[in-house]
Design a protein around this ligand. Structure first.
Ligand code: ADP
Length: 196
């Protein structure tokens, strides 16, 4: 089974691109959503996060206290490292299990914002990078998340620059309005069908 990774900077349009692949019948693993789910579902992870951030890491109803975690992780880099060391391997394994369970599909896609930064791109057969200029990405995220330019920039600064991502890509989808998104996706889909 061909497992394809898809990444790109915040606001590049990864999710939008994946929704179109979904319409073509391709199963998609949304790593960031799964990470959030695992953090509240998986007993070992809950225990480890509680150990790192204390009992306040979770509300009584089982929800994650993101504000508490973000505050500590932001000011204590070692705790952020420890959190990543718990979550990243768990998501990696969950993604491998998920991919194995997919039957009768030509290929799978895995979407993750920090796929390159986390090193997880190395386990994918092919890597797609969705690209768009920073100004466009900024404007999209400000409007999508009702966020200020400074807030979006702060999130962008934690990500590898787009040019670095493109260097590692097998395929680039240009989502800057200069060419049809659907046509690019359709062509890639045909290419992946040939590879399988
Ligand atoms: P990402 O998942 O990479 O952060 P999204 O797919 O959520 O990006 O896209 C960011 C925002 O920009 C969303 O609101 C989305 O609807 C919008 N968007 C994405 N691609 C386009 C496009 N080609 N034209 C117009 N709006 C777009």
């Amino acid at each position: 089974m061909l497992n394809i990774g898809i990444t790109g900077g915040i606001g590049s349009g990864k999710t939008t691109v994946c929704k179109i692949f979904e319409k073509l019948g391709i199963p998609i693993y949304y790593a960031d959503d799964r990470a959030k789910a695992l953090m509240i579902e998986k007993k070992e992870i809950i225990e480890q996060i509680t150990e790192i951030f204390g009992k306040r890491a979770y509300y009584k109803n089982g929800k994650l206290n993101r504000r508490h975690i973000a505050k500590i992780a932001f000011s204590t880099p070692d705790k952020l490292k420890a959190l990543n060391a718990v979550v990243h391997p768990a998501v990696k394994q969950d993604g491998i299990d998920w991919a194995k369970a997919q039957k009768n599909v030509p290929y799978t896609l895995k979407e993750a914002a920090l796929m390159i930064e986390s090193g997880n791109y190395k386990v994918m057969d092919k890597l797609v990078v969705v690209a768009a200029p920073e100004e466009i990405r900024l404007a999209r995220v400000m409007s999508r998340d009702d966020a200020t330019k400074a807030e979006v920039k702060a999130r962008m600064d934690k990500q590898l620059p787009e040019a670095e991502k493109i260097k590692l890509a097998d395929y680039v989808i240009h989502n800057d309005g200069s060419q049809s998104l659907i046509l690019q996706i359709w062509k890639l889909h045909q290419e992946f069908l040939k590879l399988k």
